[in-house]
Design a binder for this molecule. Structure first.
Ligand code: UGA
Length: 435
């Protein structure tokens, strides 16, 4: 199939290259000329395991091209995927200007029947709006097209794996012709395909992300209780997760959810409800719990180190989760900002396996950047684990103990077993467990 993907952010680029890998002919269009040039040289703008190899491979096979020419991408394709950003506006509403601009471009360029697929996370009713804008901008009103909602469920850090082994594909559509094309497109994935109406598909995305965010806030609250009553959150999550009605995934207590999706989509759903006169109190609490959770590492650090203003502290992990360089809404940023404001004389040494460049852009000179775990930890008065990168976990307690000036570890991601740390003489503080 000939596919155009408009927007080469994380969703557009990953889906574009994965559809190419399935044998389709893909044209990815983006307005960012520099990005397009780099992609054409095989340089990938984001850190995502396996993505670079797939782009290079499919470029060599001429199954994917990158262009700034959206018109060309549109006229060459049968299916057009809209994958542009939908950030939050200051009032909590979703900024749809990118989606609307693409709809206008499609309307202006459309030359034959197309299926327009919305993959960006958008409020309910956006597909209707896209349809209206396309129609409004068409010169030849007799050309037929359909608009569908096929939300994306990829996770950063495992996006390629998630694409090829997805639990489901949701196709929101109101036309048998488009449905058949989209069924065909997704057939090689050999997964459950749910076809539904467009508005339900749009809401499924928000409901899924908000439900997962709720699981995280719920387990974090249980962790906070567990600490006070002397229970162990890892044991609790394991026990609770054995119930297949609940499931074991997304029950890892820590310092709260970050990233480009959960914070934005929970706020987005809250606003969608509010615009219809509903106060989604449960979701508001999910957000409230998350707002405070990052503070856990700060209070534990304060408990462990008496004079933080005179201390050197190592912070391991800046990205919002492992295997990505994405620091959008990362809990690390809140932790750093708060620590710097409260303890201006503290020396904060940071290290992340992939996010150093982006961190430097955001944090400037406010912290010291280290090239390795060793450099960050050596002679530090204490260390914090903020992101559970494999490199950080496998470094091992013994080596941390050996390098730290004082053996104090504040672990926001429960990477180690408290008893093992204790046996090594480490003062170990984690989330929802007694150290
Ligand atoms: C999330 C969803 O999981 C994807 O299904 C969805 O497609 C994507 O948003 C999106 O809307 O594009 P992502 O934000 O990439 O994916 O990452 P997650 O693995 O979901 O993690 C989100 C945050 O929750 C991270 O900060 C992570 O550390 C935290 N988390 C996750 C926990 O604190 N505990 C857990 O058990 C799981």
């Amino acid at each position: 199939m000939n596919i155009a993907v408009i927007g080469t952010g994380y969703v557009g680029l990953t889906s574009g290259v994965c559809f190419a890998e399935l044998g389709n002919q893909v044209i990815c269009a983006d307005i960012d000329e520099d990005k397009v040039n780099r992609l054409n040289q095989g340089i990938i703008p984001i850190y995502e395991p396996g993505l670079s190899e797939l782009v290079v491979k499919n470029k060599c096979l001429n199954r994917i091209v990158f262009t700034t020419d959206a018109h060309y991408a549109i006229i060459q394709s049968d299916v057009i995927i809209i994958a542009v950003g939908t950030p939050s506006l200051p009032d909590g509403n979703v900024d749809l200007s990118g989606v609307h601009a693409v709809a206008k471009a499609i309307g202006q360029s459309i030359n034959s029947y197309k299926v327009i697929v919305n993959k960006s996370t958008v409020p309910v009713g956006t597909a209707d709006e896209v349809k209206r804008i396309i129609k409004q901008n068409m010169t030849d009103k007799s050309i037929e097209f359909d608009v569908a909602s096929v939300p994306e469920f990829l996770k950063e850090g495992s996006a390629i794996e998630d694409f090829f082994h997805t639990d489901r594909v949701i196709i929101g559509i109101d036309s048998p012709r488009a449905e058949q094309i989209l069924q065909e497109l997704h057939k090689p994935l050999k997964t459950t395909v749910q076809t539904t109406d467009i508005r339900s598909a749009e809401l499924i995305k928000y409901a899924s992300n908000s439900f997962l965010a709720m699981k995280i806030s719920f387990i974090n609250e249980i962790a906070n209780i567990a600490e006070l009553v002397g229970a162990d959150i890892n044991e609790i999550a394991a026990g609770v997760g054995l119930d297949t009605r609940i499931g074991s995934k997304f029950l890892k207590a820590g310092i709260g959810f970050g990233g480009a999706c959960f914070p934005k989509d929970t706020k987005g759903l809250l606003k969608i409800a509010e615009n219809k006169g509903i106060t989604f109190k449960l979701l508001q609490e999910v957000i409230n719990v998350n707002k405070n959770q990052y503070q856990k590492v700060i209070s534990k650090l304060e408990e462990a180190v008496d004079d933080l203003n005179a201390a050197t502290i190592a912070m391991l992990g800046i990205s919002f989760k492992p295997n990505t360089d994405d620091i959008r809404e990362a809990p690390s940023l809140n932790i750093i900002k708060k620590l710097i404001a409260k303890y201006p004389a503290m020396k904060l040494k940071v290290y992340d396996p992939a996010a150093m460049e982006l961190a430097r852009k955001v944090l400037g000179d406010s912290v010291s950047y280290c090239q390795s775990i060793e450099e960050a930890v050596t002679k530090s008065d204490a260390m914090m684990i903020v992101t559970e990168w494999e490199e950080i976990v496998s470094f091992g307690l013994e080596k941390y103990k050996e390098l730290l000036k004082r053996p104090i570890i504040v672990d926001g991601r429960n990477c180690f077993i408290p008893d093992e740390a204790e046996q090594l003489g480490i003062s170990y503080y984690s989330i929802g467990r007694i150290s």
